[in-house]
Design a protein around this ligand. Structure first.
Ligand code: PLP
Length: 499
């Protein structure tokens, strides 16, 4: 992409580079290939001799691209977005070029230091409480003036980039587990209880499996349409009280801002107060919706994050930062470090020994780590906050437009209130439909996706099969929304005709 374009948002997110490299047809987002299709097209073993780049590219065009689902297509509305941008791509390219492995400060000081600084920038943008900053300002009253000391590690908290939100949830769960076990004794693992809702991402369940939390002690608390699928503090409170009576040890509560099925928002303030009252670690998972909180008018969605011990959002979802870049902040970094640090002889160095630096290997599962902060830095600098805010606002406007279009067609209904850029809706089934429209909507989704013109996904809420229309691809414009709606209407018409 012509770097001159960088002053213009459209140029910034334009995928011209990929058009030049490969002339794939972005109009077909999803082609169905059969499982194992690639094995039939590629040889059984690696070539003995080098091959030409052109031959490789030809194979990419003919064999790989047909098996690619185009997440960057403007007509992609499935799951949640996974943004790419020119700035993110450049950052990714630089990172690949440097190819450092920044597990300790000493292995590439710039990588660690940039990550600390950029995560403080982003925390400030989200107006996260100061305790999440690594540079929490210490205000000291001197006899004459207030002196503000800003030391790069003055705070007790800090941010770290993980690969995914699942890793973020796992590391905070492990930190919380070890923290409580230090208090109640190592042999109490079987008594530890985790609380979340039936809308919490399955990443928590996996984290519990890895952390050795007994499956019968994972409370998946029921939500329903009366609270728009948000977790009820009363339900949590009752569950905690029952568990305490049973001699168990409640220790971890996960709240979500923007659940995966329907973008529900859990009441953070009340949940956080409960967590504090019962001494639970409170994690807030805002993997998808965290990005909207850079807009002042949407920041209220994370009101109550002040009560949280940790907060995560995926910059690789809706923040123009190429996958992978999941951002996690904790108030007490020592909890992570105590749980995850190792210090073998071969990694010993003066800076770590003097305790003057952050070694991010102790905040994550693997040892090695990529220079991911580069791409986040480039996104923040090359776009600036104002353009990023309008980027988010535009997607929300487009989701509103889609919602309005649904409202004009009495055959459809919006199922849960739209909060961000996700619209959950369905085709209303004929009366006496034996499964209340389950198969009907399943067929609608299948036929819409088979058209190759748009790509959507689904969920099931209260037994209803629901279509999810998640706006958030960087190149989506009004015309793609109206086109998508036309595809849906046409497919619905032919389905209903055949009933
Ligand atoms: N949490 C929420 C709310 C999500 O929506 C998702 C994915 O969509 C995740 C966690 C898992 O994200 P990751 O793939 O980064 O682990």
């Amino acid at each position: 992409t012509d770097l001159e374009d960088l002053s213009d948002m459209k140029g910034l997110i334009d995928c011209k580079w990929s058009d030049r490299l490969l002339s794939f047809d972005v109009l077909v987002i999803f082609k169905s290939v059969q499982p194992g299709y690639l094995r039939e097209l590629l040889p059984d073993s690696a070539p003995d001799h080098s091959e030409s780049l052109q031959d490789v590219f030809d194979d990419i065009q003919q064999k790989i691209v047909p098996g690619i689902t185009h997440w960057q297509s403007p007509q992609y509305f499935a799951y949640y977005p996974s943004n790419s941008s020119t700035a993110g791509f450049l950052g990714e390219m630089l990172s690949a070029g440097f190819n450092i492995v920044g597990f300790s400060w000493v292995t590439s000081p710039a990588a660690t230091e940039l990550e600390i600084i950029i995560l403080d920038w982003l925390a400030k943008l989200l107006k996260l409480p100061n305790q999440f900053l690594s540079t929490e300002s210490l205000v000291m009253a001197s006899s004459v003036v207030l002196v503000i000391i800003r030391d790069s590690l003055a705070g007790k908290g800090g941010g770290v980039i993980q690969g995914t939100a699942s890793e973020a949830i796992l590391v905070v769960l492990l930190a919380a587990r070890d923290k409580i076990l230090r208090k109640v004794g190592k042999n109490s693992l079987e008594k530890l209880v985790v609380y979340a809702s039936d809308q919490t991402h399955s990443a928590l369940q996996k984290a519990c499996q890895i952390a050795g939390i007994f499956s019968e002690n994972v409370r998946v608390l029921k939500t329903d349409s009366s609270s728009n699928y948000a977790l009820s503090p009363e339900v949590v409170s009752t569950a905690i009280s029952d568990d305490l009576l049973a001699g168990l040890i409640p220790f971890f509560l996960c709240g979500t801002v923007g659940t995966t099925s329907s973008a529900a928002v859990d009441p953070l303030s009340e949940l956080g107060k409960l967590a504090k009252a019962f001494d639970l670690w409170f994690h807030v998972d805002a993997a998808y919706a965290g990005s909207v909180c850079i807009c002042p008018e949407y920041r209220y969605h994370i009101n109550g994050v002040e009560e949280a011990d940790s907060f995560g959002m995926n910059a690789h979802k809706w923040f123009l930062t190429n996958f992978d870049c999941s951002v996690l902040w904790v108030k007490d970094r020592s909890a992570l470090i105590q749980c995850l640090s190792t210090y073998p002889e071969f990694l010993k160095n003066k800076a770590s020994e003097e305790n003057a630096v952050v070694d991010f290997k102790d905040w994550q599962i693997p040892l090695g780590r990529r220079f991911r902060s580069l791409k986040l830095w480039l996104v923040l600098r090359l776009y600036g906050v104002e353009k990023l805010q309008s980027y988010i606002r535009n997607h929300i406007r487009l989701a509103e437009l889609f919602e309005q279009l649904i409202g004009y067609d009495s055959r459809f209904e919006v199922v849960t209130p739209r909060t961000f850029s996700l619209v959950c809706f369905r085709l209303i089934p004929p009366q006496n439909d034996p499964d209340n429209g389950f198969k009907l909507n399943q067929s609608l989704l299948n036929s819409v996706n088979a058209s190759g013109k748009i790509f959507m996904s689904h969920t099931v809420l209260s037994g209803k099969f629901i279509l999810r229309f998640a706006v958030g691809a960087p190149l989506t414009e009004d015309k793609h929304i109206t086109m998508a709606w036309k595809v849906l209407q046409d497919q619905a018409t032919s389905l209903l005709k055949d009933l």
